[in-house]
Every structure is written in structure tokens, then in C-alpha cells.
Design a protein around this ligand. Sequence first.
Ligand code: PRP
Ligand code: ZN
Ligand code: MG
Length: 226
Amino acid sequence: MTSDNTRLRIAIQKSGRLSKECQQLLKGCGVKLNIREQRLIAHAENMPIDLLLVRDDDIPGLVMDGVVDLGVVGENVLEETLMERQAQGEAAEFNVLKRLDFGGCRLSLAVAQDADYPDVKSLEGKRIATSYPWLLKRFMDKQGVKFKSVMLNGSVEVAPRAGVADAICDLVSTGATLEANGLVEADVIFRSKAVLIQSAAELPLAKQAVIDKLLPRIQGLQQARE
Ligand code: PRP
Ligand code: ZN
Ligand code: MG
């Protein structure tokens, strides 16, 4: 990885729901990218921009630590990281530059199709598998329901069948993953879209100038799609 600190650094998801649309967004802004598989970094050919292709879960931290200047990430991952960092007394500052018009999803509780679920109180004392323990805990505390959190970074939807948990709390977009695993959405606990965030650190003028060029273009692209 180069450490040319005059080029604007933007972190986007390497592969997943947001990656295609992030790349298209930059392309739509006139940023010429040459993204090669297996590469963590891509240099724009026509603008002083370097792209970091990483796991979405790492993006909020990279921005909050000032490792990158900008990041595109789901509000779900952003809010989860924020809560975790605040609880641990770690740096958690950033600015939201723009709420984007893609990456829509919801973080939901889901249970087996044949489960008896009149309401969230039926999860009292149960084990819930999730990658979002802080968002889940905030919701359950508000509902006054005690539960046991089972932290899983992936394949959360398999947990009930595997006997590891009684319910799950995971992202739902089309609902195909839940259906394929014999689960039904029970309660929505957080609604999310992709957002463009900026590090709280003051930027050199040259980098700020690039952001000032990108933002109206993003605005224009979104308006054209409305
Ligand atoms: C989420 C979630 C499911 C899937 C649900 O993962 O964990 O696997 O999307 O989508 P569906 O309702 O359209 O089937 P995602 O890829 O967003 O996040 P991750 O890569 O960080 O796990
Ligand atoms: Zn992820
Ligand atoms: Mg997933």
C-alpha cells in the first residue's frame, strides 16, 4: 500500500451488497478506476483518489481512526461500531456527508417458521445469534426483555437449525436468506441505508477540494435517479 498522503482515501466494501453500487457511484462521479481482483488498493487514473477495498465491518473504524478520509458503509454497521466504541471509551468521531440512495435493509429479529411468536416478550431468556450485539441489546433493553446474546460474525441464519440459538437478529434485504433457512422476520429493530462518512480530522486543502468536487456530483446522480 502506498502512503501518499496527498491523495484522498476512500474505503468501500470489497465484496458484498454495497460494493457494486459504490463502484458505480464513483464511476458516475467521473472517477476512473482500475480495480483488480485480490488488490486491497486501487488508484484512480484521473483524480488524486485511492480506493481501499475492505470488509464493510472495518470501514467505520478506519474512518474514525483517520486511516482513510471517507468511507461508504451501511448505517447498521456504523451505528454498531459507534455503540461498541463508545462503550469501550474509544475514539468514535466522524461526520455523515450524505445519506445514499442504495443499500437499503433492515436489522430484524427472526424465528423459525413454526415458532410461537406473539411478540418480542416470547424471546425472554432465549439465546439470540447476531453480528450486532449492541443494536440488539439497545432494542431488547427498551422492550424490557432479557436474553442471551450469541455472537456470530457470519452464517447467523444457520444458528437455530444448528441448535446454537433460539432466534437470530440479522440483516434482511430481499428476505431470501431467511426463507432459505426456514425463518420468518419477527420484528424490525433498525432500518438502514448506505451513508458516505468523513473522518473528523481536518483535511489538507487539496483533499477537501476533491471532496467539494465529488459531493455535488453525487447529489446530481441521486437527483437523476429519484
Ligand atoms: C446480509 C445478511 C444475510 C443477507 C440477507 O449479509 O447477513 O446474509 O444479507 O439478504 P437477503 O434478505 O436479500 O437474503 P450482507 O452480505 O449484507 O452482510 P455481510 O457481508 O457483512 O455479512
Ligand atoms: Zn460485514
Ligand atoms: Mg451475510
